[in-house]
Design a protein around this ligand. Structure first.
Ligand SMILES: Nc1ncnc2c1ncn2[C@@H]1O[C@H](COP(=O)(O)OP(=O)(O)OP(=O)(O)O)[C@@H](O)[C@H]1O
Ligand SMILES: [Mg+2]
Length: 439
């Protein structure tokens, strides 16, 4: 029995992991009706690929997962004739990826998606490849040696001819695989209105510089983003999606980013109540962090949902360890404040190397929402980017901010306050007046 079971929950209601695309996820996703509608409308109606831009931990991955699930549901229940079917698990691009390697990874997963969705597509009259045929490809030496790692035979409940003579025949080649999958896609999804598989490239900010990101995406423009039967969603933080979408070579391929802002305070109570409701086993369940406590932690953590979830989880552990989880709601709230204040003290003790001017930068940054770019030096009272740099460096060394380098797009907000930084900010702002402060 884990801690959550002991508290009367089926699972951790404060999990900082993204919401999954399933019925439960639909219930958990709160306060995103508008964004959800925009994203699904885009996927249904446009030939350009939608992009999402929003700060870390704001809920991008969750939004895409639920959108994909809802679109597939509409199709499978007959409310829509357009087969928009998400490929589970987003893709990530890394600087080491070449266009060819990435394309191969995508087509491999597409082949798998044909198997996973075979019955659904077939029942709707779609022209799809025979699963045993797909399985033969997936188990062919060219693919299995490079470890897609999927047990296709298991998925199908049949013994695919792995290692048999058929697989080593001349028919199985890298080029053959590419051509075959592209043909399947074309035949299955001949027009935009017939649909396609939804693929996500998540966390574009991991590419660090927008130059890297642009180069990689331009490289896959025709062979991956342009493939018929695939709908792409690109997500990123710190301005990188915006930067990529504005590349002239990707115009008409990528749509203007949908901006994902922090969930408004008015939804927060509902958001956490819904979570507790979904995971509680019965009415006896004990929530160490209720809606008031969560609202407080959300405000402390700079309106970053992941921070708020993580703090709530950590506090729950602390409360149980100290036998305090059954305290009355008001007492628990007091404990949350005290616990957070102690953490803030601890973290602040590690910041002795940060000087006065750097603290000025930090405070200004926190009061304007926590994200900025080095090109905003004037707003921070500096004459140049270079003059601000040492102060940013000292904040970064104290783990209060994180930043990425960017030589290509000065508008990118590459600097952000860390989870720890928000806690220190809480102390520095006198442990108060955080609630109600708008970004
Ligand atoms: N609309 C929502 N309602 C309730 N919980 C949410 C919502 N959106 C996100 N969450 C929760 O917030 C946390 C962060 O969500 P998610 O991982 O989707 O953010 P993200 O923007 O993709 O973050 P990152 O930029 O770091 O990848 C997770 O715990 C997730 O379950
Ligand atoms: Mg994410």
């Amino acid at each position: 029995m884990n801690l959550w079971n002991k508290l009367g929950f089926s699972d951790n209601p404060y999990s900082p992991r993204p919401i999954q695309g399933d019925e439960q996820g639909v219930k958990l996703l709160v306060g995103r009706d508008k964004e959800l509608r925009r994203l699904t409308t885009y996927l249904k109606s446009s030939d350009t690929h939608p992009t999402l831009e929003g700060p870390n931990g704001v809920g991008k991955t969750s939004l895409v997962a639920v959108a994909g699930f809802l679109l597939k549901k509409e199709f499978s229940e007959g409310a829509s004739q357009q087969a928009l079917i998400p490929i589970s698990e987003p893709f990530q691009l890394t600087v080491d990826d070449s266009a060819a390697v990435f394309k191969r990874r995508v087509l491999f997963r597409v082949a798998q998606a044909f198997i996973d969705n075979h019955d659904l597509l077939k029942s709707k009259g779609y022209n799809i490849p025979d699963s045993s045929n797909v399985a033969r490809w997936l188990n062919s030496p060219i693919l299995s040696t490079q470890g897609g790692g999927l047990n296709v035979a298991g998925v199908l409940g049949v013994t695919a001819n792995s290692g048999s003579a058929a697989n080593t025949s001349v028919g199985f080649s890298e080029d053959g695989f590419t051509t075959t999958v592209l043909t399947w896609l074309r035949e299955c999804f001949p027009t935009s209105s017939s649909g396609g598989f939804i693929c996500t490239i998540d966390n574009l900010e991991l590419l660090e510089t927008s130059k890297n990101a642009r180069a990689l995406l331009e490289g896959i423009r025709d062979e991956v983003l342009g493939v018929k039967g695939l709908r792409w969603v690109l997500c990123g933080a710190r301005g990188i999606t915006r930067s990529v979408a504005s590349s002239p070579r990707l115009q008409g391929v990528l749509a203007e980013p949908i901006l994902i802002n922090p969930i408004a305070d008015q939804y927060i109570e509902n958001l956490i109540t819904e979570r507790l409701e979904v995971f509680k086993l019965d009415d006896e369940a004990i929530a160490p962090v209720d809606s008031r406590g969560f609202g407080h932690l959300y405000a402390v953590g700079g309106r970053n949902l992941r921070n708020a979830m993580k703090y709530s989880e950590d506090f729950s552990f602390w409360a149980v360890e100290h036998g305090a989880e059954r305290s009355k709601s008001d007492d628990l709230y007091g404990l949350i404040e005290a616990w957070m204040a102690e953490l803030a003290d601890q973290y602040s003790a590690d910041t002795s190397s940060v000087g006065g001017r750097a603290w000025g930068v930090f405070e200004k940054l926190a009061s304007t929402g926590g994200n900025t770019s080095p090109s905003q030096y004037e707003e921070f009272g500096f004459e140049s980017n270079q003059a601000m740099r040492p102060h940013l460096r000292s904040l970064e060394e104290a783990n209060l901010i994180e930043s990425a380098i960017d030589d290509t797009d000065n508008r990118r907000k590459t600097i952000g306050i860390t989870s720890r930084g928000w806690i220190v900010n809480y102390m520095r702002s006198g442990f108060s007046s955080i609630e109600g402060k708008k970004n």
